[in-house]
Write a protein that binds this ligand. Structure first.
Ligand SMILES: *Cc1c(COP(=O)(O)O)cnc(C)c1O
Length: 379
């Protein structure tokens, strides 16, 4: 039997180092297994120190963080919220929780993120929109200068969905720290994980305090259990925060390895005009959470063929996120395109793209195998 037979190559699976268990053990030793406790506080402080975000609230999921961000932005029933169209549904779902109205904004081709052109068009029609949620897709920073300027002009709150881009920077500053509110995710396949969890961050301490308050059932400061608002059970537990503290020690190392995978793919496909890698923002430094490729327009190879061929060798890959305007559940939403062409930028990327295995535990043999399978379609 060959060395790698029976082994699965993953898209992006958790990578643990040992320190995670020490922090978890501490939680057990001190019986801080209940929600909250020293690991939660420490993880918040360590994340704030690492990103420069100001203040941080550790939550049960990135989705919970987006939900609370909308509440902090004052989003109510019927309010327009402008949101990246090419993303995971978790970006968009919390808008529906609040019975607000998602307005979907196409991508631009340079970074695959929210198109400032489409954003401006949408705000001209919805000048009283309550919030903009901008995603940094696959870890690549969006065109933040342009987006911030437009948000300022229309006095609309920018929420950064940095779930995929923790450790990515734009002009030297961490993604997630540009908007009034930012969110990160520690879901299992993200660049670091707590097995499940998220964080809401802001430079405004009162906003983060409000988030923590809402996340702990909105309990008023009284001995008897008194509530003047509807709250949520969205806090992170002290056990999972321990995993996060151990992971955070290795975040830069994870980023470096992700970048190496992206560079290996880029070099391996450089001679093939039919393949392009997902674009980088020249003003940023991406974490390369997932390496993605697109197939040239007009080429007969399809993403499904490549995904099937990888799957046959027990190698995990994944389609590009299916744009929100193509989702049955969001089909009624207004959608603003980057150009007047029939097909939107996001749909075109979806049709021609796929996410390549980006697991930092991939060996060079694993990478050679993946590259050989993909190249086989084009040479
Ligand atoms: C993973 C992800 C989320 C949701 O984070 P969870 O922690 O899984 O709730 C939100 N937005 C984007 C873009 C994501 O990739």
């Amino acid at each position: 039997m060959g060395l790698s037979e029976g082994k699965r190559i993953y898209l992006s699976s958790p990578t643990m180092h040992g320190e995670e268990q020490q922090f978890v053990q501490e939680a057990f030793d001190t019986n801080w297994v209940a929600p909250l406790g020293p690991n939660v506080n420490a993880l918040e402080q360590e994340m704030a120190a690492y990103t420069g975000c100001g203040y941080a609230a550790a939550l049960s999921a990135g989705t919970a963080a987006i939900h609370l961000a909308l509440k902090l932005a004052g989003v109510e029933q019927g309010d327009a919220v402008l949101v990246s169209d090419l993303t995971f549904s978790a970006t968009c779902n919390p808008i529906a929780y609040e019975k607000a109205v998602p307005i979907l904004i196409d991508s631009e081709p340079d970074t695959w993120n929210m198109s400032p052109v489409a954003l401006r068009k949408a705000l001209e029609e919805y000048p009283h929109a309550k919030a903009v949620i901008c995603v940094h897709l696959y870890g690549t920073p969006a065109k933040l200068d342009e987006i911030l300027e437009i948000c300022k002009e229309y006095q609309v709150t920018l929420i950064e969905d940095a779930a995929e881009s923790l450790s990515s920077t734009y002009k030297g500053k961490h993604t997630g720290t540009f908007g009034r509110i930012g969110i990160y995710s520690f879901n299992g396949n993200k660049i670091i994980t707590t097995s499940g969890g998220g964080m809401l961050v802001s430079q405004e301490q009162d906003l983060v305090q409000k988030a923590t308050f809402l996340a702990t059932q909105a309990r008023d400061p009284a001995r008897h259990y008194q509530h003047s608002q509807i709250g949520y059970n969205y806090r992170m537990s002290n056990v999972t925060a321990g995993i996060g503290r151990g992971q955070l020690l290795h975040l830069e190392e994870h980023k470096k390895k992700k970048k190496e995978l992206y560079q290996q793919y880029t070099a391996a496909f450089a001679d093939l005009p039919d393949i392009s890698m997902n674009p980088m923002n020249p003003d940023g430094d991406a974490n390369n959470w997932l390496s993605c490729m697109t197939i040239r327009k007009g080429c007969l190879v399809t993403p499904n063929q490549i995904m099937d061929a990888l799957d046959a060798k027990n190698i995990e890959s994944r389609p590009i996120w299916k744009p929100m305007h193509l989702q049955p559940v969001f089909a009624e939403c207004r959608f603003f395109k980057h150009t007047d062409e029939d097909i939107s930028v996001g749909e075109d990327i979806f049709n021609r793209g796929l996410c390549l295995p980006s697991d930092i535990k991939n060996t060079s043999q694993d990478m050679d195998q993946i590259i050989q399978i993909v190249r086989g379609f084009f040479v």
